[in-house]
Design a protein around this ligand. Sequence first.
Ligand code: LAC
Length: 224
Amino acid sequence: MNPVEAIVFDAYGTLFDVQSIQRKLEKLYNTRAASIGQVWRQKQLEYTWLRTLMQRYVPFTKLTQDALLYACEANGVNAQPEEVNQLMEAYNQLDVFTEVHAALQQLSQQVPLAILSNANQELLDRATTYNQIKPYFKDIISVDAVEQFKTVPTVYQLAVDRLKVSAERVVFVSSNTWDVAGAKSFGLQVVWVKRKQDAIVEQLGFPPDHTIEQLGDLSSLFFS
Ligand code: LAC
């Protein structure tokens, strides 16, 4: 295993728990909330991939709002502007998973940390400030800088360039199996944080180097 000179984190589902958005959806749309939430997340991902293929970049907040409008219409809901604003505001105030603070506090004393995310810079700045985790990071990197979304190699190259560390000495941590494959394909060391017990690795030929269940396992994995 190569020495570790930096650890880079994906944001949504890895650091930030998107579950709180589901609760807001339930308040607004009760029985249709589950389906809206599911279509919203899937469409948000699809739009990042489609817009990259089309070379038609827009900031993550705009794309996420477009995906929400699609999800509501697909479920027969005519989303009101106030409801859309409420749900989008939730992205600025997502809570981190329970183990995140302690894990980042410990890891930041051992090696430089960064975030690498599809989210736009403003959204990342607000979410990390809200959760008071900004001080743990040497850098907070948004794909805004290259105007392409994951899994294009250019995005992972951003982390290598900004941290000035060779790819094989960067550990990338994500809960998103497609992001795991993208980072591994690029050449980073990759840890999958398997937060959902029924999740499985993508059949893309780029499996993670390690699988953990929560971020507190990283320190013993690399620094014991
Ligand atoms: C991100 C999403 C994919 O932060 O979680 O890039």
